[in-house]
Structures are given as structure tokens and as C-alpha cells.
Design a protein around this ligand. Structure first.
Ligand code: SF4
Length: 259
């Protein structure tokens, strides 16, 4: 008898570690010349049949490598008939091309609920928005995204969120590039993951599962590249492992009781 596949409440794919900006506060760290391989995504999705919330992150996910990853996801999801309830993406909004619009529309097309809008969230703060050139480019991008008929995304399918804010230093995580630049003070203490795995229903709920460019399945999304790579306790398993068995042991409450 074939085994039931997982329902996961939130999955984020680290589409690429490449980026077209170098923000002082970047919690990921310096950009790396790697992107998600299709085989990693394929292995991970072999175990999954329902994702409630789907996100793509980076790095900058709208770069060409990121768009390829999103299209790879769409190919696999269509082939394996994977259900997606909600789609969102965070971008620095520095570049906008017709191909970005087409790709986002394709992922939105996987969401079966016809009235649910997908979300494009554009990071705007003192780091992303620090020069007049970026401000001008951003205004132009936003206008194009909302109003273009060809290549732009349609207003009725997407909501555009602009996080226009000044980030207080105490809220910026001291990790990644912020260690070098000296901005940011917020610490992060690793505690038991606030996630639930029910082996009967095969539901994994209550937090983010993050699949990274190195082919690892990580608990949570707020980790620098370095932490993802060296902190063994945030790595649930490799995408090549038996996800059911590894998830079951990683989120076993007994294991975390005294931590
Ligand atoms: S914060 Fe985002 S846009 Fe800025 S360098 Fe990091 S990944 Fe790139």
C-alpha cells in the first residue's frame, strides 16, 4: 500500500542565494553563486501532496535563476497534482521584467481557490531604499506591476504589499552581513520548534519548513546561510532522506522536552 503524502502548512523554497543588492542589514549574509536544483525540489515534493502556504525567497527570487526554480516548481506540481492554497513572494523590487510577471501568474494559477489573491511583498526600508535611484526605480516598478496589460500581473489576482518602514536597530537580527556592518542587535535563541507533526493524518503544521539551495530541509526561515549550513539542530534532514520518518523524529515532543 502506498504511503500517505504530507500536508504542510507552510513551505518556503530558497530559490537562489544570488542577489542584486548588498543590504547592510542582510540576515542571510553575502550572496553565493548557487540556486535550487530541480532534483532537490523533485525529491522533496515526492513526499508532499498539499501545501497550504507556498513562498519563494532568497537571495532575490525574481532573478533569472529564481524564475527557473518557480517554473520547475510549477512543472512538478502540475505533474504530481500538488495542491497549493496560497502563494506569496518577497522581492527587493529592483528589477521588473515581463518574465517575472509571467512566472508569478503561472504560480498563481496553481492556487485553486478562484477568489484568493497571491501576494507580492516589496521590501522597503532604510536599507533597501537608501538611494534616490532605488526610489525612482521602485516607483516605476510598482506602477508597471499594477497597470501593465502584458507582462504585468493583474490587479485582481495579486495584492502588492509595500513594507515601507524604518527598521529599528533592535529589531534587526544580528546575523549574516549585519555582523560585519555593525547594524542590528536582536539576538535569536534556538528553542524547541513550535511545530506539530501528526503521524496519523501526516499533517505538519504551526511553522515554516524551509528547503534550501544545499538540498537541506530546515526548520524555520530566519537563519543566515552560515547557520543553515553549520547548525545541525536546525536541519531536519536532506531532501534525499525519508521525509516522513525524519520529520516524525525531528518534531517528536519528547526530543525537545528539556531544551
Ligand atoms: S536583504 Fe534581501 S535584497 Fe538585501 S542583500 Fe539580503 S537578500 Fe538581497
Amino acid at each position: 500500500m502506498s504511503r500517505k503524502k504530507l500536508y504542510i502548512s507552510s513551505v518556503m523554497f530558497e530559490a537562489t542565494r544570488k542577489c542584486n543588492m548588498q543590504c547592510d542589514h542582510c540576515m542571510r549574509g553575502d550572496a553565493q553563486n548557487i540556486s535550487m536544483k530541480k532534483e532537490y525540489m523533485d525529491s522533496f515534493l515526492e513526499n508532499v501532496d498539499h501545501i497550504q502556504s507556498l513562498g519563494f525567497t532568497g537571495g532575490e527570487p525574481t532573478l533569472p535563476d529564481g524564475l527557473k526554480v518557480m517554473n520547475d516548481f510549477a512543472d512538478i506540481a502540475e505533474e504530481k497534482n500538488i495542491r497549493v492554497d496560497d502563494f506569496w513572494i518577497i522581492t527587493n523590487g529592483k528589477v521588473w521584467t515581463d518574465e517575472i510577471g509571467t512566472t508569478l501568474e503561472r504560480i498563481h494559477g496553481l492556487v485553486k481557490d478562484p477568489i484568493r489573491k497571491s501576494t507580492v511583498e516589496i521590501s522597503r526600508d532604510q536599507f533597501h531604499n537608501s538611494s534616490k535611484i532605488q526610489r525612482d526605480v521602485f516607483s516605476w516598478n510598482l506602477e508597471k506591476m499594477i497597470f501593465l496589460d502584458s507582462g504585468g500581473i493583474e490587479r485582481q489576482k495579486f495584492k502588492i504589499l509595500q513594507r515601507s518602514e524604518v527598521l529599528p536597530d533592535k529589531h534587526i537580527l544580528k546575523m549574516g552581513r549585519s555582523i560585519k556592518t555593525g547594524v542590528g542587535h536582536a539576538g535569536f535563541t534556538f528553542k524547541a520548534p513550535p511545530m506539530n507533526y501528526n503521524p496519523e493524518t501526516v499533517h505538519l503544521t504551526g511553522g515554516n519548513v524551509y528547503v534550501n539551495c544545499k538540498g537541506n530541509v530546515i526548520w524555520g526561515c530566519d537563519w543566515s546561510y552560515r547557520q543553515q549550513d553549520i547548525r545541525k539542530n536546525v536541519i531536519i534532514c536532506s531532501v534525499k532522506d525519508d521525509l516522513h520518518q525524519k520529520v516524525n523524529s525531528y518534531f517528536n515532543k519528547e526530543m525537545w522536552k528539556d531544551k
